[in-house]
Design a protein around this ligand. Structure first.
Ligand code: 5AD
Length: 354
């Protein structure tokens, strides 16, 4: 093996220049034996690029968790249909609009409608909801995060006014995918949706959980190469956190440093992408959010759901949804961010093509 080519500093510089590496080189960057100096260098390069493109601004998105009903049974997720301990809910169009009104007042110009794959929530109902938000808040971006739909439905949502769509691929490795999901679900259907979203002109988001059971560093390197192909405009990366009512209850949570390192790598690969410091990162570690932003993230997604249902949207244990991660906590968030010289911006915050 050519050891010169595996010098970490050189790899980081090459990643910044060419925006990609070979599989084995990504594995090297993600491996445990990276030194603290090397990790710090990666983080500083990523934050430098983030500053150059976004300044010290942090974009905010109002997250509205519109339903926790889900037909799927993903082994990691607390919303899985086999979890009988949740009170299931679906917000009405009126309730969602009320959330948007509160959010708009607070300064949000992006609304993210997220939910499980609820068979009762028809495409017509989504179209009605998106159209109503689009009409009342013409200057806002509507992001959907509602799982897999037919090409036709995704097109209807786009025509109704949805500009962005989040759909994590979770893992590109088929064998790994089938250990995280029941056999009825297919990685290929997920990919079909992602490529359709791109074709329809959505700003498309994808991503993975870091440290999901059975994940290897080689899998993550494959995910990075897949993302290089897809060219997502948004990337959601958070640690896996076990949920007590799932088959993965006894597994370890993902690693903070590896998650941060991935955020930095993704920033170097996709300089203009919107990359959130996720709630899972903040739930894993009290400084998770701030460290994510300092590692190259540029977005936070405060919770704008009605307070009464937040506990029921239980993706993983102890998920934060009050305090500074809530829309009511925006002033608190702003003052916490100021301490690290970052400032909330209320611009709509589309992808920057750089
Ligand atoms: N830990 C962390 N993230 C999770 N998600 C679902 N379950 C968990 C968990 N236990 C993530 C998935 C999904 C997103 C909405 O939440 O990646 O795409």
């Amino acid at each position: 093996m050519n050891t010169l080519a595996l010098n970490i500093f050189e790899l980081i510089d090459r990643l910044e220049g060419s925006r990609s590496l070979e599989h084995s080189e990504f594995v090297r960057l993600l491996s445990d034996d990276i030194s603290p100096d090397e990790a710090l260098y990666l983080q500083h390069r990523a934050r430098f690029i983030t500053d150059r493109i976004f300044g010290r601004n942090v974009r905010i998105r109002g997250l509205i968790e519109i339903t926790n009903v889900c037909r799927n049974d993903c082994l990691y997720c607390g919303l899985r249909k086999s979890n009988s301990s949740l009170r299931r809910y679906t917000l009405t169009v009126g309730e969602i609009l009320s959330c948007c009104r509160l959010g708009y007042e607070a300064g949000f110009r992006t609304f993210v409608l997220q939910g499980g794959e609820n068979p009762g929530l028809t495409a017509d109902r989504i179209v009605e909801t998106v159209s109503a938000i689009h009409k009342e808040f013409a200057d806002c971006a509507i992001t959907l995060s509602l799982g897999e739909w037919s090409d036709n439905d995704l097109e209807l949502f786009r025509e109704a006014g949805a500009a962005r769509y989040l759909l994590r691929h979770e893992t590109i490795n088929s064998a790994h995918y089938s250990r995280l999901h029941p056999s009825e679900m297919s990685r290929d259907n997920r990919l079909r949706c992602l490529w359709t979203l791109k074709r329809l002109g959505y700003q498309t988001g994808t991503g993975i959980m870091v440290g999901s059971p059975f994940q290897t560093v080689s899998n993550i390197a494959e995910d990075l190469l897949f993302m290089k192909e897809l060219q997502p405009e948004m990337i959601g990366i958070g640690p896996f956190i076990p949920h007590s009512a799932t088959p993965f209850a006894g597994y370890n949570a993902g690693n903070l440093d590896l998650t941060l390192r991935l955020i930095s790598i993704l920033r170097l690969m996709f300089p203009g992408a919107n990359i959130p410091a996720t709630t899972a990162l903040h739930t894993l570690h009290p400084q998770g959010r701030d460290r994510g932003l300092l590692a190259g993230a540029n977005v936070v997604m405060p919770n704008l759901s009605p307070t009464g249902i937040r506990k029921q949207y239980s993706l993983y244990d102890n998920k934060k949804s009050f305090g500074a991660e809530s829309a009511e906590g925006l002033a608190k968030l702003a003052s916490q961010l100021e301490k690290i010289n970052l400032f909330i911006t209320t611009e709509r915050g589309d992808y920057k093509n750089v």
